[in-house]
Design a protein around this ligand. Structure first.
Ligand code: CA
Length: 238
């Protein structure tokens, strides 16, 4: 089955060019030119991935992203006009899986789409029979796609889920940024490590009692992160 992509872009010339390129790569492409059309098309066609421009007339790309993310884990790649930190961080914080700064090459977009779709097989979470992993009151059950923190179930977007699963699985060990990116985004990931840091920050907001002083996900300065073996370890700051 051809993967379905919903392209949300108000500039017709860009949209048409991308549509042709993506179709020639074997994708089925729907086009929405603003936020309202995007939400309607998402509802109607249930695409496998959304390519979403940040700058749209009317409802903004961030709003579209938030709205869809509140209802679905569909992968979203944001297109941003300026290469500023703000765009990147905003894009990722509202739940996008990845972002590209304009101008970008179609080849790069296609590479990112393929990488994301490889990690998130069409229509479903892959069934696994891996046993749950647990550390510090956090339990991750990949086969049931379930996370509990101190016995309370929480919902996580796919990338945060995967990141937490890896951290907990290797609790007590330092994982480098590159190891984490390889595990969660795949070794063909072409973005920068900011993405990882943003996801860590979001995870801390969900699983730490005080995200400013994380006890579970520890930063190992200049190296990466380590999930704590047990709460109340030495050196709790950041
Ligand atoms: Ca635009």
């Amino acid at each position: 089955m051809m993967p379905k992509i919903l392209l949300v872009e108000d500039e017709r010339s860009i949209a048409e060019g991308l549509k042709v390129s993506l179709e020639s790569e074997g994708f089925q492409v729907g086009w929405a030119k603003d936020g309202n059309e995007a939400l309607a098309a998402w509802d109607r066609t249930r695409p496998d991935l959304i390519v979403l421009d940040l700058m749209l007339p009317g409802m903004s790309g961030t709003e579209v992203c938030r709205t869809i993310r509140a209802r679905s884990d569909v992968p979203i790649i944001m297109l941003t006009a300026r290469d500023t930190e703000v765009d990147r961080v905003v894009g990722l914080e509202i739940g996008a899986d990845d972002y590209l700064t304009k101008p970008f090459s179609t080849r790069e977009l296609i590479a990112r789409i393929r990488a994301i779709l490889r990690r998130a097989p069409l229509g479903s979470t892959p069934a696994t029979d891996e046993p749950p992993v647990e550390a510090c009151g956090v339990r991750v059950d990949r086969s049931r796609h379930e996370v509990t923190v101190d016995s309370r179930t929480i919902e996580l977007p796919p990338k945060e889920f995967e990141l937490l699963a890896v951290l907990v699985e290797y609790a007590g060990r330092v994982l480098t940024r590159n190891q984490l990116i390889d595990e969660v985004w795949g070794s063909d990931y072409v973005g920068d490590t900011k993405t990882l840091d943003v996801h860590v920050r979001r995870l801390r907001g969900r699983i730490e009692a005080d995200p400013q002083h994380p006890q579970r996900i520890r930063t190992v300065r200049g190296v990466g992160y380590r999930f704590a073996d047990h709460l109340g370890e030495e050196g709790g700051a950041t």
